[in-house]
Design a protein around this ligand. Structure first.
Ligand code: V4E
Length: 272
């Protein structure tokens, strides 16, 4: 279970040219549909937990802290280094369906029993951390991991609706319903140092870029954020993304589900 360290940016007309000048290799263009799920009470997203089906592949993104004891809330930045980390998001991504179901169960049961949120989050994070503890992946291995995931997602698109529907039976156990669906056309570049740049164009008329580094352990997050920051500067994007740039979900919910969007803003899970 790797941690994705990401920073979104507003794409400029010269961004692709600049990427190539910095040694980026064009990986390809692909299109995929994302469908996101939550309970009617927004249990998952209010826990910053994002369940989606991309193609026919289930994926769950869960929050992870950069360091033990670090607060996640906005407005607590101290030095410049902290700020760089804050501008990046970091999520653990789970792709194994049995692990996804376990994690969703934990979040839903926690909400139902009204237990102390922070204590439970610590437990969940510890469990997530165990998996990566003894491994140390190289950049090539991370790239291979990305390629295998994208291949699975493409296969899912080819296999289509039938598998998706049979595989969705578990959603009923947690009263999960689809709350968002959109299709993205993505152009990807691979940069030296294991950085991936994705330029996304979404079917409801929204465009966003993101720089991503995969790491194995939370301790590697500051170095990954530093690498991303250097690239942001080299791409001439520092001014345009000195604050958090909204992603596809922010734009989608703001436009199509303002009530859900408002709840997530109030809970500081999305940012205006
Ligand atoms: C984590 C998250 C969401 C799930 C989608 O994440 P995102 O990285 O935006 O999507 P995408 O399609 O680029 O995924 P990838 O292909 O890289 O796996 S929706 C909202 N969040 C939280 C969140 C946040 N609070 N702030 C920012 C800037 N992004 C995401």
């Amino acid at each position: 279970m790797s941690v994705e360290v990401e920073r979104k940016f507003v794409c400029r007309s010269d961004t692709e040219t600049r990427l190539k000048q910095l040694g980026a290799q064009f990986v390809g263009e692909r299109s995929f549909q994302d469908r996101y799920f939550d309970t009617g009470k927004f249990t998952l997203t209010l826990s910053d937990t994002w369940l989606r089906c991309r193609g026919a592949c289930w994926e769950l993104k869960c929050p992870v802290r950069a360091r033990e004891g670090e607060e996640e809330e906005e407005g607590r930045e101290r030095g410049g280094g902290q700020r760089k980390i804050k501008l990046c998001t970091r999520y653990r991504e789970i792709t194994e369906l049995s692990q996804i179901v376990d994690r969703v169960r934990q979040v839903v049961l926690r909400e139902r029993s009204g237990e102390g949120e922070r204590e439970k989050e610590k437990e969940i994070e510890k469990e997530g951390g165990k998996e990566g503890e003894h491994s140390c992946k190289t950049e090539a291995e991370f790239e291979g991991q990305r390629e295998r995931r994208e291949e699975r997602e493409k296969e899912g698109e080819r296999e289509g609706q039938w598998e998706r529907e049979t595989d969705s039976a578990w959603l009923g156990e947690f009263a999960l319903v689809q709350f968002a669906s959109f299709t993205t056309v993505r152009r990807s570049y691979s940069l030296p140092g294991g950085v991936r740049a994705d330029l996304d164009l979404v079917d409801f008329g929204f465009a966003v870029g993101e720089l991503e580094v995969l790491v194995e352990n939370p301790e590697q997050i500051p170095a990954a954020a530093e690498k991303i920051e250097e690239l942001v500067e080299k791409l001439g994007l520092s001014e345009a993304c000195k604050n958090r740039v909204p992603g596809k979900m922010d734009a989608y919910l703001k436009q199509f589900h303002p009530e859900h969007y408002g709840r997530l803003l109030s809970a500081h899970k999305l940012h205006p």
